[in-house]
Design a protein. Structure first.
Length: 201
Protein backbone atom coordinates (compact mmCIF):
# COMPACT_ATOMS: atom_id res chain seq x y z
CA UNK A 1 0.00 0.00 0.00
CA UNK A 2 1.18 3.48 -0.75
CA UNK A 3 0.27 6.80 0.85
CA UNK A 4 -3.39 7.74 0.92
CA UNK A 5 -4.43 10.50 -1.45
CA UNK A 6 -7.74 11.98 -0.41
CA UNK A 7 -9.89 14.47 -2.26
CA UNK A 8 -12.43 16.98 -1.03
CA UNK A 9 -15.43 14.73 -1.55
CA UNK A 10 -18.30 14.74 0.94
CA UNK A 11 -18.33 11.86 3.41
CA UNK A 12 -21.81 10.49 3.99
CA UNK A 13 -23.06 8.94 7.22
CA UNK A 14 -24.44 5.55 6.24
CA UNK A 15 -26.80 3.59 8.46
CA UNK A 16 -26.03 -0.09 9.00
CA UNK A 17 -29.35 -0.92 7.37
CA UNK A 18 -28.33 0.85 4.15
CA UNK A 19 -24.68 -0.14 3.89
CA UNK A 20 -25.56 -3.16 1.73
CA UNK A 21 -26.83 -0.77 -0.95
CA UNK A 22 -23.27 0.42 -1.68
CA UNK A 23 -22.32 -0.98 -5.10
CA UNK A 24 -19.58 -0.53 -7.65
CA UNK A 25 -21.76 2.08 -9.35
CA UNK A 26 -22.29 4.32 -6.33
CA UNK A 27 -19.05 4.11 -4.37
CA UNK A 28 -18.76 7.07 -2.02
CA UNK A 29 -16.59 7.78 0.98
CA UNK A 30 -18.73 7.16 4.05
CA UNK A 31 -18.76 6.79 7.80
CA UNK A 32 -20.55 4.29 10.02
CA UNK A 33 -21.13 4.28 13.76
CA UNK A 34 -19.34 1.44 15.55
CA UNK A 35 -20.92 2.39 18.85
CA UNK A 36 -23.85 0.04 18.28
CA UNK A 37 -26.70 1.05 20.62
CA UNK A 38 -24.65 3.30 22.88
CA UNK A 39 -25.59 6.95 23.08
CA UNK A 40 -22.07 8.13 22.18
CA UNK A 41 -21.17 8.00 18.49
CA UNK A 42 -18.00 6.12 17.57
CA UNK A 43 -17.47 6.71 13.87
CA UNK A 44 -15.31 4.78 11.43
CA UNK A 45 -14.66 7.05 8.44
CA UNK A 46 -13.91 5.31 5.16
CA UNK A 47 -11.42 7.45 3.22
CA UNK A 48 -10.65 5.21 0.26
CA UNK A 49 -12.51 2.08 -0.82
CA UNK A 50 -10.04 -0.53 -2.07
CA UNK A 51 -12.45 -3.34 -2.80
CA UNK A 52 -16.21 -3.72 -2.83
CA UNK A 53 -18.10 -6.98 -3.19
CA UNK A 54 -21.64 -5.54 -3.27
CA UNK A 55 -23.80 -6.89 -0.49
CA UNK A 56 -20.92 -8.98 0.89
CA UNK A 57 -17.81 -7.08 1.93
CA UNK A 58 -16.17 -3.67 1.74
CA UNK A 59 -12.42 -3.18 2.27
CA UNK A 60 -11.17 0.35 2.78
CA UNK A 61 -8.52 2.62 4.20
CA UNK A 62 -10.24 4.39 7.06
CA UNK A 63 -9.81 6.62 10.09
CA UNK A 64 -10.87 5.54 13.56
CA UNK A 65 -10.28 7.60 16.69
CA UNK A 66 -7.67 9.73 14.87
CA UNK A 67 -5.75 6.66 13.66
CA UNK A 68 -5.41 5.38 10.11
CA UNK A 69 -6.57 1.76 9.81
CA UNK A 70 -7.39 -0.84 7.20
CA UNK A 71 -11.02 -1.89 7.64
CA UNK A 72 -12.89 -4.95 6.47
CA UNK A 73 -16.66 -4.57 6.74
CA UNK A 74 -18.66 -7.79 6.36
CA UNK A 75 -22.23 -7.10 5.25
CA UNK A 76 -23.63 -10.35 3.82
CA UNK A 77 -26.94 -10.71 5.67
CA UNK A 78 -26.60 -14.51 5.91
CA UNK A 79 -22.87 -15.24 6.02
CA UNK A 80 -21.17 -12.09 7.33
CA UNK A 81 -20.59 -13.52 10.80
CA UNK A 82 -19.06 -16.72 9.39
CA UNK A 83 -16.59 -14.81 7.18
CA UNK A 84 -15.77 -12.38 10.02
CA UNK A 85 -15.05 -15.25 12.39
CA UNK A 86 -12.88 -17.06 9.83
CA UNK A 87 -10.81 -13.94 9.16
CA UNK A 88 -10.44 -13.16 12.87
CA UNK A 89 -9.47 -16.75 13.70
CA UNK A 90 -6.86 -16.85 10.93
CA UNK A 91 -5.24 -13.57 11.95
CA UNK A 92 -5.10 -14.66 15.58
CA UNK A 93 -3.51 -17.94 14.47
CA UNK A 94 -0.76 -16.04 12.61
CA UNK A 95 -0.11 -13.84 15.65
CA UNK A 96 -0.01 -16.82 18.00
CA UNK A 97 2.67 -18.45 15.83
CA UNK A 98 4.67 -15.20 15.50
CA UNK A 99 4.17 -14.96 11.74
CA UNK A 100 4.27 -11.37 10.49
CA UNK A 101 0.84 -10.05 9.56
CA UNK A 102 -0.94 -6.69 9.92
CA UNK A 103 -2.01 -6.39 13.57
CA UNK A 104 -5.69 -6.83 14.34
CA UNK A 105 -6.53 -3.70 16.36
CA UNK A 106 -10.24 -4.14 17.05
CA UNK A 107 -13.28 -6.16 16.06
CA UNK A 108 -16.96 -5.25 16.19
CA UNK A 109 -20.22 -7.15 16.02
CA UNK A 110 -22.90 -4.61 15.11
CA UNK A 111 -26.63 -4.51 14.56
CA UNK A 112 -28.15 -5.46 11.18
CA UNK A 113 -25.70 -8.41 10.92
CA UNK A 114 -22.76 -6.12 10.13
CA UNK A 115 -19.30 -7.14 11.35
CA UNK A 116 -16.05 -5.13 11.24
CA UNK A 117 -12.34 -5.87 11.60
CA UNK A 118 -9.81 -3.05 11.97
CA UNK A 119 -6.18 -3.72 11.11
CA UNK A 120 -2.96 -1.78 11.43
CA UNK A 121 -2.55 0.28 8.26
CA UNK A 122 0.72 -0.53 6.49
CA UNK A 123 1.18 2.73 4.60
CA UNK A 124 4.43 1.98 2.79
CA UNK A 125 3.81 -1.68 2.03
CA UNK A 126 4.04 -3.11 -1.50
CA UNK A 127 2.62 -6.43 -2.62
CA UNK A 128 4.88 -9.28 -3.66
CA UNK A 129 4.21 -8.86 -7.38
CA UNK A 130 5.15 -5.17 -7.28
CA UNK A 131 8.34 -5.96 -5.39
CA UNK A 132 9.18 -8.69 -7.89
CA UNK A 133 8.63 -6.44 -10.91
CA UNK A 134 10.82 -3.71 -9.43
CA UNK A 135 13.72 -6.03 -8.56
CA UNK A 136 16.81 -7.14 -10.42
CA UNK A 137 17.43 -10.82 -11.16
CA UNK A 138 19.64 -11.17 -8.08
CA UNK A 139 17.06 -9.43 -5.91
CA UNK A 140 14.32 -11.69 -7.26
CA UNK A 141 16.27 -14.74 -6.12
CA UNK A 142 16.50 -13.19 -2.67
CA UNK A 143 12.81 -12.34 -2.32
CA UNK A 144 11.81 -15.73 -3.72
CA UNK A 145 13.92 -17.24 -0.96
CA UNK A 146 12.03 -15.10 1.58
CA UNK A 147 8.70 -16.35 0.24
CA UNK A 148 9.76 -20.00 0.36
CA UNK A 149 11.11 -19.53 3.89
CA UNK A 150 7.82 -17.97 4.99
CA UNK A 151 5.74 -20.77 3.48
CA UNK A 152 8.04 -23.27 5.20
CA UNK A 153 7.42 -21.43 8.49
CA UNK A 154 3.68 -21.73 7.88
CA UNK A 155 4.01 -25.49 7.52
CA UNK A 156 6.42 -25.84 10.44
CA UNK A 157 3.87 -24.16 12.69
CA UNK A 158 1.07 -26.38 11.35
CA UNK A 159 -0.50 -23.55 9.30
CA UNK A 160 -1.88 -23.80 5.77
CA UNK A 161 -2.69 -20.82 3.55
CA UNK A 162 -5.54 -22.23 1.46
CA UNK A 163 -5.55 -19.36 -1.03
CA UNK A 164 -1.87 -19.25 -1.90
CA UNK A 165 -1.16 -16.44 -4.38
CA UNK A 166 1.21 -13.49 -4.52
CA UNK A 167 -1.42 -10.87 -3.60
CA UNK A 168 -1.62 -12.45 -0.15
CA UNK A 169 1.91 -11.35 0.69
CA UNK A 170 3.27 -7.83 1.15
CA UNK A 171 6.67 -6.35 1.87
CA UNK A 172 7.17 -3.69 4.51
CA UNK A 173 10.72 -2.49 5.22
CA UNK A 174 12.00 -5.64 3.47
CA UNK A 175 10.01 -7.89 5.81
CA UNK A 176 7.45 -10.24 4.26
CA UNK A 177 3.93 -10.25 5.73
CA UNK A 178 1.06 -12.72 5.28
CA UNK A 179 -2.42 -11.41 4.42
CA UNK A 180 -5.97 -12.80 4.26
CA UNK A 181 -6.65 -14.58 7.52
CA UNK A 182 -9.90 -16.04 6.15
CA UNK A 183 -7.93 -18.75 4.34
CA UNK A 184 -5.51 -19.51 7.18
CA UNK A 185 -6.21 -22.82 8.91
CA UNK A 186 -4.26 -25.39 10.88
CA UNK A 187 -3.24 -28.58 9.12
CA UNK A 188 -5.41 -30.61 11.51
CA UNK A 189 -8.44 -28.47 10.67
CA UNK A 190 -7.74 -28.86 6.96
CA UNK A 191 -7.50 -32.65 7.32
CA UNK A 192 -10.76 -32.75 9.27
CA UNK A 193 -12.55 -30.78 6.55
CA UNK A 194 -11.19 -33.05 3.84
CA UNK A 195 -12.19 -36.19 5.70
CA UNK A 196 -15.69 -34.87 6.39
CA UNK A 197 -16.16 -34.19 2.67
CA UNK A 198 -15.78 -37.93 1.85
CA UNK A 199 -18.67 -40.34 2.10
CA UNK A 200 -18.32 -44.06 2.63
CA UNK A 201 -19.29 -46.44 -0.14
Amino acid sequence: MTGVQTCALPIFIVSLAKIRKITLNNLENFKIDLGNSSSEKDFLTCIKILRCLPGKRISCIAKYRDRMVFAKIFIDSKRAKIHWQKEKRGVELLAKNKILAPELLAHFSLEESVYVLLFQYQENAVNFQQKWDQSSADQQIQILGQLLALIAKHHNTNIIQQDLHLDNFIFLNNDLYTLDGSDIVTRDRKSTRLNSSHTSI
